[in-house]
Design a protein around this ligand. Structure first.
Ligand SMILES: Cc1cc2nc3c(=O)[nH]c(=O)nc-3n(C[C@H](O)[C@H](O)[C@H](O)COP(=O)(O)OP(=O)(O)OC[C@H]3O[C@@H](n4cnc5c(N)ncnc54)[C@H](O)[C@@H]3O)c2cc1C
Length: 491
């Protein structure tokens, strides 16, 4: 039986391991931390249960397809509920918009703010549905190991149709002029690590995911998705080792032959690295076998890091939905302070998640569980003073917009930023969710899924194809398993 070592137990690592075990490989996952699940960690304190990582469940079809591979369904593993409204957007002044689950209601909201935009939204979403079908069905699933994968003329035609070479900003500008509506249509690309100015218009597929497929919530939180995946992995016979940081991938004659942990050397016929790509290449692989140079990594556009604040609040907080976007300040200034002149922001946009609005199990009865996220430039100095300065700014706005006093009711508080991402996940510059999907880092231009000089060393996860986010990481793990299979089939 061929042995495969998988490094990292995030969505990508678990998916790769489960798919390989199902095909009969002897698979061991090595995880540096004491708990499995990568960034989807759970933190519990005084009756509050916080998801430390992802909180938006989008693209339910990707999860369905994943579990179907193993003869099960998301519904068997956790209880999903569609949120309505999907989220609330706070705008400048006292304005706000609730984005409803029903498209017909959203069209009315668009029409009321900008006559004519409702019809254009429907046409845009029709195109986005096509983009989702082709983009998710074809492009996103290509491992992009070779240009030949794109030689099919049909794909070239689709590529033009998908508007690969224009930006989301210019595409959205043809649909709406109203600033608030523009922000709603541009918001989903933030998940891809960039802004609408740089992200290709092909990613309007995210608008289909947002406004048509909808925002879902697994009862108990996103951690329940990991728990479901781990149950599946166990039925497939995957072995998991926690507190098992890999210090080296041993390579001899251009073949990986095992991994080194504190417990010693463990042999493998192939290695799938589903941890931070740059960490693996720079620290676990001898320089002569690396595909990318240190300078190359420094030129890549990373997704933002983030300041996360986890709050347990006594009593209820009115005026908030489950998901809330504070777009009450200009997006471009904050974006520039992430991507152009990296600095801690002056007027940050932020996201407030209040899962206790939909789930009684995440806070003591009658209390509120609040998670705040402020995107930040990666690679900055992370100090307690800066964390507290930003905390004060966003709490002022949160209290002012909800009309509630919250600070004096906080009973649990934890902040989390660059230093924690680095310590916990070996994350390059403390990035929160990988490399941005800007055009020069899309598909064939992403870090390769197969090491150039070591054909049995594979990469998966948010820093390679197809990109950041839970659904892409799930796909990436499955694609890596296919590549391992192809490698062994050729031998
Ligand atoms: C705060 C936050 C909010 C997010 N929100 C959303 C959201 O709402 N929706 C969404 O879809 N996505 C969201 N994302 C993105 C999503 O969570 C990630 O893209 C995805 O979880 C990445 O999975 P992964 O398997 O690629 O990597 P990871 O989850 O990073 O897993 C890699 C694993 O490798 C381990 N590792 C590292 N080095 C070693 C080593 N040397 N030896 C052994 N193990 C090692 C790490 O400890 C980690 O467990 C969010 C991310 C963050 C951080």
């Amino acid at each position: 039986m061929k042995r495969v070592a998988v490094i990292g137990s995030g969505f990508a690592g678990i998916a790769a391991a489960s798919c390989l075990a199902r095909r009969g490989y002897d698979v061991t996952v090595y995880e540096k931390n004491a708990t499995l699940g990568g960034r989807a960690q759970l933190w519990e304190k005084d009756g509050f249960r916080f998801d430390l990582g992802p909180s938006w469940y989008w693209m339910p079809d990707v999860f369905e397809e994943y579990f179907a591979r193993f003869g099960t369904t998301p519904g068997h593993q956790y209880t999903l509920k569609r949120l309505d409204p999907s989220y609330r957007v706070f705008l400048p002044g006292t304005d706000s918009i609730d984005v409803p689950a029903r498209l017909s209601e959203l069209v009315k909201i668009f029409e009321a703010r900008e006559p004519g935009s409702g019809k254009r939204l429907q046409a845009f979403l029709k195109e986005a549905a096509y983009t989702y079908k082709v983009g998710m069905g074809e492009y996103v699933r290509k491992p992009s190991v070779s240009l030949a994968e794109y030689a099919d003329p049909k794909l070239a035609i689709d590529g033009l149709r998908l508007r690969m070479f224009s930006s989301m900003r210019s595409r959205v500008a043809k649909v709406v002029k109203d600033d608030a509506l523009r922000q709603i249509l541009e918001f989903p690309v933030l998940f891809l690590g960039g802004t609408a100015r740089e992200i290709p218009a092909m990613y309007s597929l995210m608008n289909h995911a947002d406004l048509v497929l909808g925002t879902w919530y697994p009862q108990g939180g996103m951690r329940t998705v990991v728990d479901g995946m781990l149950r599946v992995a166990e039925t497939q016979g995957v072995t998991f080792k926690t507190k098992a940081a890999i210090h080296e991938i041993r390579i001899d004659k251009a073949r990986a032959n095992g991994v080194l942990t504190d417990a010693g050397f463990e042999a493998a016929d192939a290695v799938v690295a589903a941890a931070d790509y740059r960490h693996v290449e720079q620290y676990l692989v001898d320089a002569k076998w690396r595909t990318y140079h240190r300078d190359w990594w420094d030129k890549q556009v990373l997704s933002p890091s983030s300041l996360l604040v986890f709050l347990g609040v006594r009593g209820r907080v009115g005026g908030l939905e489950h998901h809330n976007l504070f777009f009450d300040e200009g997006l471009d200034q904050h974006a520039d302070q992430i991507y152009v002149t990296p600095q801690w922001p002056d007027k940050p946009l932020f996201y407030a998640c209040v899962p206790s609005k939909s789930d009684d199990t995440v806070a003591p009865e009658g209390d509120e569980n609040i998670f705040l996220l402020v995107p930040l430039a990666p690679g900055m100095e992370d100090t307690d003073e800066q964390r507290e300065r930003i905390f004060d700014i966003i709490m002022d706005r949160l209290e002012q917009r909800t009309g509630e006093s919250i600070r004096d009711r906080i009973v649990v508080k934890r902040t989390y930023a660059h230093k924690d991402f680095i310590n916990d996940y070996n994350s390059f510059k403390g990035n929160a969710y990988g490399l941005a999907n800007v055009l020069k880092q899309t598909a064939i231009f992403k870090p390769r899924m197969v090491a150039k000089k070591v054909p049995n060393l594979f990469f998966a996860g948010q820093m390679t194809v197809p990109g950041p986010g839970v659904p892409p990481s799930l796909l990436s793990g499955q694609m890596a398993a296919d590549l391992v299979e192809q490698y062994f089939a050729k031998r």
